[in-house]
Design a protein around this ligand. Structure first.
Ligand code: UT7
Length: 317
């Protein structure tokens, strides 16, 4: 098997900031309720243009390439993980075209908030098999398109954004373990289905309490299973980057594992829940701040609609 290197980081956030107080003018909620229950203070919202998703994905992808020096023409594959493409046929081809990644095949991968982790694992398989040398994995979502802005249970949670990393053939293998899972029985808890009566998609529906319960059960189980296979202890891992769904979930998982809170990566206060984009946006922020350094061990865990969940343990850089 070829060695996997995970490196290169980029992120794109829309300039428009929507604060909790802004939302309190639209629905019956408050900054205090939102912050106490979720840890969110504000989120970013993309203008509703036809190519909003591709714009964010291209910006994040280009940054990730620039940070490595790999040229767009060297890419073999672009994996766009997203549930909110600009086009139901997929938006990856537009990302390929705008990046000028002329040699690259490109396709979309949809697994809601697990999408980025599923994408990283998928990319790693192509690298290990020796099929491809350079793969750009982008997590991008514009969930503001599909939120019911009258539904206070969901509209306070989500924000827009994109993040990206490069997965390449390396000299040493940095992929230490992974796992992924699906349970379609949980479909009713979180979905965004086609509605024939609207000739379009219904707004996001979520049973928050049940999804919360699912997350605080499955995320620690996932982490423990990966640690066991990789023969690592929770304290051996430098950073835990969980999907940024709720600060309380991040803290509950940290407590269950006995991990100090500063190792539990969090930027949910500023960006909210950006679905497939949340992990690479947080990664980019921590790398740029000099916190995450080359060689650090990172456990990334995604979870969400499907229901689906998955984790990947790797050494950065
Ligand atoms: O990204 C995919 C994965 N998603 C997740 O992991 C999300 C998991 N779930 C959660 O993070 C939490 O369940 C939420 C943040 C969504 C909700 O927090 P909660 O503590 O579970 O609240 P709840 O749904 O149990 O609602 C508590 C009360 C309800 O009132 P009653 O029925 O007790 O009178 C709600 O109607 O809070 C009310 N409520 C609100 N009040 C003010 C719900 N939303 C709001 C709001 N502002 N925005």
């Amino acid at each position: 098997m070829m060695a996997v290197r995970i490196w290169g980081h980029g992120a794109a956030l829309p300039p428009l900031v929507l604060t909790n107080d802004d939302l309190a003018h639209k629905v019956d909620t408050s900054d205090e309720w939102i912050f106490t229950r979720t840890g969110i203070k504000e989120r970013r919202i993309m203008p509703q243009t036809p190519d909003a998703l591709v714009q964010l994905a291209v910006e994040a992808g280009m940054q990730a390439l620039t940070s490595t020096g790999v040229a767009p023409q060297e890419l073999d594959l672009i994996l766009l993980t997203s549930s909110t493409p600009d086009d139901l046929f997929g938006s990856a081809a537009q990302v390929q075209q705008r990046l000028g990644a002329t040699r690259s095949v490109a396709f979309d991968l949809t697994a809601a908030c697990s999408g980025f982790v599923f994408g990283l694992i998928t990319a790693a398989q192509f690298i290990q098999a020796g099929t491809f040398r350079h793969i750009l994995v982008v997590g991008a979502d514009v969930l503001s398109r599909w939120v019911d802005w009258q539904d206070r249970r969901t509209c306070i949670l989500f924000g827009d954004g994109a993040g990206a990393v490069l997965v390449s053939q390396g000299a040493e293998n940095n992929l230490l373990g992974f796992t992924m899972a699906t349970d379609g029985k949980g479909y009713e808890l979180l979905n965004l289905p086609y509605d024939p009566d609207r000739s379009g998609f219904a707004p996001i529906y979520m049973n928050g309490r049940e999804v919360y319960r699912f997350a605080v059960t499955k995320v620690p189980e996932t982490i423990e299973a990966i640690l066991q296979t990789a023969q690592q202890q929770p304290q051996d891992i430098d950073w835990y980057i969980l999907h940024q769904a709720n600060q309380r979930i991040i803290e509950a998982v940290g407590e269950r594992l006995g991990v100090e809170s500063h190792r539990m990566v969090s930027n949910i206060a500023q960006v909210g829940n950006t679905s497939a984009a949340s992990i690479p946006i947080a990664l980019d922020e921590y790398v740029r701040a000099g916190k995450i350094r080359a060689g650090d061990k990172i456990m990334a865990v995604g979870f969400g609609a499907g229901l689906s969940w998955g984790g990947i343990l790797f050494q950065w850089g």
